[in-house]
Design a protein. Sequence first.
Length: 363
Amino acid sequence: MAPKVPQQGVPVMAALSALVAVSMSLLPIVPAVAAEPESPAQASTTSITIGWAGDMTPGSKAGNPGHGGRDLFAKVRRQLQQPDLMIVNLEGTYATEGRPTKCDGSTSGSCFTFRAPPSYAKALPWAGIDAVSVANNHTYDYKARGLAQTRAQLKANKIAYTGMAGQITVRRVNGIRVALIGFSPYSRNNNVNDIANAQRLVKRAAKKADVVVVVAHLGAEGVDKRHTPKTAEYAYGERRGNPRAFAHAVVKAGADLVLGSGPHVLRGIEKYRGRLIAYSLGNFAGKNFNTRGLGGVSGILTVELTKKGTIEGGWFTSVIIGAVSGVPAVDRQNRGLKLVRSLSRQDFTRTFALNANTGRFTN
């Protein structure tokens, strides 16, 4: 079934009714704000659209979103429902309160744990999210117990997940088999620092699926880390991979799409061997991030791929995150699009030409 595309319009003014009475041949009024790009027509066996929206925390001590977690996604629900397969990075847990936690005994002022009630996982399918990556530094906040509860809730709500060590998740989307592989700098996940193993996993996935998607949580953190370096990156004493080396290696091994998160700020998009690498979609939703300034400038990336993994095109929708609420909303000022276009041109020799107004691109 083709994705539903919301249409925007303007309120009908009282004066219009008088004009209509004079002539039925008047043309429709053009919206003052450009309508969102329509998703291209989909053939179930030839192409699909895959969406990616970066880092999301479902709740924490800072507060849980209202209406069972739905308030976190309500303002971008229509956008999340457009792709055939919508993916986010789940930075947190759906777990009951309890111990142990990863911060037990820690004297660091930078150790945080994120948790929402297990029932809040129901908000994911309601919002239009189909899959999540659990490869990051927060799905183990409540240790094995919290992770087990989280995985159980994802399964109960039919949300595909990936990221555990050795895990390759295959989901059939409109007749096309899509393999998802999640990576992070941690041993419980597929490790971004072990590039040889990453290539082996991608090659295995390519034998099981038509399209291979790598989701990676890597890189340094902070609004000053928006440029993608050519060397390894570190944060909090951890080696968090060499983003370019990792992404290029998995593409060479057969990955069709590489989706990044971790820096908590948008980064550029690279075109490498005809494949798309989005190095970071920044923050997406949750009270736990620094969403002031560039930390709150974000987006939703949608990519259309054929059954052979060839990129046909796609679009970028700018999102702005509430500095206090952590709730994302469509940004009519297109700040995310402007930033991604600028960073892509500065950091990479080859990229995709995102339209400055609509965010659309072709291969």
